[in-house]
Design a protein around this ligand. Structure first.
Ligand code: ADP
Length: 235
C-alpha cells in the first residue's frame, strides 16, 4: 500500500468513527428522554412537554448532521460547477432576508454594505457558503450585536467579507475550525447546546471554495468578533 493509500484509509476510518461518535450523543439523549417518558405515569403535562422538547432537540441535531453529510457526499462525488455571472450583493440581501428570523431572535442586525458586486461563480454552492457563514455569525454572535457583509475590489477579483462582533475564536482553535466535526469547546458548552450544529458547516464552505480554486481565510479575536473572507473572480 502506498503512503497515500494508507493515509486515505486512516482518514476514512477516522471519518466513519467521527460520524458514529457525533450521532451517538444526540441518539442516546433522545432515547433517554423517550424511555423516561414511557416509564413515567404521564400525568404531568408540563414534564411531558419538556421531555418531548429535549427529544426534539436531539432529533434536530441528528437531522443537521445527516443533511450536512449528504452535502459532503455530493461534493465529494465530483462537484459540477456551473459558472455564471451574478451580483453577490443581491444574493447576500436575499440570504439575509431568510436569515433575519434567526438574527431577530438574538437582536442581531444584518448589514449588507455595497450596492452591487459582480462575480462569476457557481451560484448554488456560493449561496450555501454565504448562508453557512451568515448563520454562524448569528449562532456565535453577541445578543444585540451585528453582522456585516461587505464587498471590495481586489484587482480582477471581488473580496467578500462576513464580519461579526460575537464570541470570537481562540488562536489555538483557529487552525482547526475548518476540520470536519470540529467544534470549539465553547460551542459544545451548555450555553450553545440549544443550537443545532454539526461541526461540518465550515468544512463544506472550504470544500466549495477550493472547488472554485479559491480559499477561505479567517481572523478573530476572543470576545471581540470574527471575520471570514474569500475572493471570487469578477469575470
Ligand atoms: P458548527 O457551527 O456546526 O459547530 P462549523 O463547521 O460551522 O460547525 O464551525 C466549526 C466551529 O467554528 C464552531 O463550532 C465554532 O466553534 C467555530 N465558529 C464558526 N464560525 C464562528 C463565528 N462566526 N464566531 C465564532 N466561532 C465560530
Amino acid at each position: 500500500m502506498s503512503h497515500n493509500n494508507e493515509e486515505l484509509e486512516r482518514y476514512r476510518r477516522e471519518f466513519l468513527g467521527n460520524i458514529s461518535h457525533e450521532l451517538k450523543t444526540p441518539l442516546f439523549t433522545t432515547q433517554g428522554y423517550v424511555t423516561t417518558l414511557l416509564d413515567s405515569k404521564l400525568d404531568d403535562k408540563a414534564l411531558i412537554v419538556r421531555y418531548l422538547e429535549r427529544a426534539e432537540r436531539g432529533l434536530d441535531r441528528m437531522i443537521a448532521i445527516v443533511t450536512d453529510l449528504e452535502q459532503i457526499a455530493r461534493l465529494e462525488s465530483g462537484l459540477e460547477l456551473r459558472h455564471e455571472r451574478f451580483d453577490m450583493a443581491a444574493m447576500a440581501r436575499e440570504i439575509a432576508e431568510d436569515a433575519a428570523i434567526e438574527g431577530d431572535k438574538k437582536g442581531i442586525e444584518i448589514r449588507i454594505e455595497g450596492a452591487s458586486a459582480m462575480v462569476v461563480a457557481d451560484r448554488k454552492t456560493i449561496e450555501q457558503v454565504v448562508w453557512n457563514l451568515l448563520i454562524n455569525s448569528i449562532k456565535y454572535g453577541r445578543e444585540g450585536g451585528s453582522t456585516r457583509i461587505s464587498f471590495s475590489s481586489q484587482g480582477d477579483k471581488t473580496l467578500i467579507e462576513v464580519a461579526d462582533d460575537g464570541i470570537g475564536i481562540a488562536p489555538d482553535e483557529l487552525p482547526r475550525i475548518f476540520e470536519r466535526f470540529y467544534r470549539s469547546d465553547r460551542s459544545r458548552s451548555r450555553e450553545m447546546d440549544a443550537i443545532d450544529g454539526s461541526g461540518l458547516g465550515l468544512s463544506i464552505v472550504k470544500h466549495i471554495l477550493e472547488a472554485h480554486g479559491e480559499q477561505i481565510t479567517v481572523r478573530s479575536r476572543l470576545d471581540e468578533g470574527t471575520t471570514f473572507s474569500f475572493t471570487l473572480p469578477k469575470k
